[in-house]
Design a protein around this ligand. Structure first.
Ligand code: HEC
Length: 110
């Protein structure tokens, strides 16, 4: 009995350890570098941009905003509320006027 178990054990181990012919070598993993286009990290304008920098960069870069065409104030207001209501941006109501003010100043249209 013991002999048979040893024999089965040895045979099983040999089966498990032998590398079958269809197993391919792992592909070599090489490091590479990718040049991504540089985007602005912050909204320009110093202190006047504080409110928008503090509230509008959690989910996308400034380019998402700065690449929009000039828009009327009401459209910017609606856009900020869309971020809050549709996308759940955690923005304090008290910061909304300063954000809209910045947007009108930099990307506003009569
Ligand atoms: C909670 C995440 C979040 C925050 C914070 C946020 N946004 Fe967005 N924003 C999004 C998403 C999601 C989109 C849609 C992205 C897409 O379509 O690829 C978007 C898109 C935009 C667009 C492109 C037009 C559009 O409506 O799709 C503008 C402009 C914009 N955001 C402005 C702002 C401004 C201004 C703020 C700050 C008041 C802000 N976002 C903060 C999530 C956010």
């Amino acid at each position: 009995m013991l002999k048979r178990m040893v024999a089965i054990g040895c045979f099983g181990t040999a089966l498990l350890c032998a590398t079958p012919a269809w197993v391919q070598d792992l592909p070599a993993i090489k490091s590479t570098t990718v040049e991504l286009p540089a985007g602005d990290a912050l909204f320009p304008g110093g202190a006047s941009a504080d409110a928008i920098n503090n509230n509008c960069l959690a989910c996308h870069s400034p380019d998402m905003v700065l690449n929009q065409p000039p828009l009327p104030k009401a459209t910017w207001e609606a856009e900020v509320h869309k971020m809050i209501n549709a996308y759940k941006a955690p923005i304090d109501d008290a910061d909304v006027p300063a954000i809209v003010g910045y947007l009108v100043q930099t990307k506003g249209k009569e």
